[in-house]
Design a binder for this molecule. Structure first.
Ligand code: ZN
Length: 402
């Protein structure tokens, strides 16, 4: 009956009572409109007596919500509920440095102050977080962390600026343990200690950490290594009267062998100067290999990088009296080939060379290999996110310790 009132019986009104007491109602019936069909209006005559029953029942059934009476207005439908607000999305990819480490039990947090939203990381490393924190277009923190107490990776913490919300944020995850896969120390597993690798070693030739933080806080951090091994090494006689003899060359490259032996990779190969490409930079000429000279001033230029992360060498001047000295050669080439500074642990890369110590320690080789491995994955995946974010994650993790 209600359906009739609200849907079909659009309008009826008291039409009149004739002398016999018969009631006339003008009933307008709207059917669901089919094509070409209009609503109908027809006067209906009811016998006296019957109309009172009909009138009463209509009044009863149609009175609800309309105050009763014979002319109810259709009830106003409630306004549709507003659509539920949707939080902006941010997505990215977690890339384990070594694929066998997998992405299980990884969580991604989008944080601002004490507020955080999170999501799990899929098996292919992809993740998406929905967070209202992104609605305010502020800088937020993105933290990728291991669930549970065992950390296979350093937490990766980065600040995402509002203009980067929609960019796919891929980041290489640094392991907390490293197993040598090849070379002199194959099979040995060590802790990766980001604290020690960034600790400044104090030495007579200057202070430096083993790994370098390049660029200012606002610049993109990149790992400072050569593009890929092997690094070409050539001798240079320009600008010096000191000659490098054939015998010098044999001894020099023989002294380089511990690098390839310890790492299990061919990191250095002999080349000639014309093989190397050179380019002009604001800091002078840079070669895409290492030029070795004899230079009484022991001019150690090392390697450098430009804003795009292109590595280049200005060359290196070895002291003539030390040209065939094995520890000295390895130490200096450690700087040149791997881009590392000085170690705070006892090694060939200590600020003061220990001639009685081993050529390389498992730790030296681990950190040298890690730099190249991170750089290689970053190039393959087109991201610069990795070591800096792991270092930030490490600092955050240490701040949680009582
Ligand atoms: Zn040094």
């Amino acid at each position: 009956m209600n359906k009739l009132c609200t849907n079909n019986l659009r309008k009826f009104r008291f039409y009149g009572i004739d002398g016999l007491g018969n009631l006339f109602l003008d009933i307008q019936i709207s059917r669901k409109k089919r094509e070409g069909e209009n609503s109908m209006s027809r006067p209906v005559r009811f016998l006296h007596g019957a109309w009172t029953i009909i009138l009463a029942s209509l009044a009863l059934s149609c009175s609800s919500g309309s105050g009763g009476g014979l002319e109810p207005s259709p009830p106003n439908p409630p306004p549709p509920p507003p659509p539920p607000p949707t939080a902006p999305l941010i997505s990215g990819k977690a890339i384990p440095l070594y694929p066998e480490m997998g992405t299980s039990n990884l969580l991604v947090y989008v944080r601002k102050g004490t507020n955080a939203d999170s999501s799990t990381v899929a098996s292919d490393g992809s993740w998406t977080v929905s967070s209202f924190l992104l609605r305010d277009e502020l800088d937020v923190e993105r933290l990728v962390d291991n669930r549970g107490s065992l950390r296979r990776f350093y937490p990766s913490l980065s600040v995402i600026h509002k203009e980067d919300y929609t960019r796919m944020d891929a980041c290489v995850l640094l392991p907390t343990k490293y197993t040598h896969r090849a070379g002199q120390f194959a099979g040995q597993t060590l802790d990766v200690g980001l604290a020690e690798v960034f600790t400044i070693a104090i030495g007579p030739m200057g202070n430096s950490s083993f790994w370098k933080r390049t660029g200012s806080a606002l610049q993109v951090y990149h790992t400072r290594t050569w593009k890929q091994p092997p690094v070409r090494i050539a001798f240079d006689h320009e600008g010096t009267k000191e000659r490098i003899s054939a015998q010098d060359s044999v001894v020099f490259f023989s002294n380089m062998e511990p690098i390839n032996h310890a790492t299990g990779r061919q990191y250095v190969v002999a080349a000639s100067k014309p093989d190397l490409n050179v380019r002009q930079t604001p800091d002078g000429l840079r070669w895409d290999g290492i030029l070795i000279r004899k230079d009484p001033m022991n001019s150690g230029f090392g390697i450098g990088d430009d804003d795009e992360g292109n590595i280049g060498s200005k060359g290196f001047g070895f002291r003539p009296d030390l040209f065939r000295h094995k520890h000295y050669t390895i130490h200096e080439m450690g700087h040149m080939v791997f881009g590392v500074g000085h170690s705070v642990w006892k090694s060939i890369m200590s600020p003061v060379i220990d001639e009685s110590g081993p050529m390389f320690t498992p730790k030296d080789v681990m950190y040298m290999n890690l730099l190249y491995d991170v750089a290689e994955v970053q190039r393959a995946t087109g991201t610069k996110c990795g070591i800096r974010e792991a270092d930030r994650g490490r600092l955050w993790m240490e701040s949680l310790r009582p």
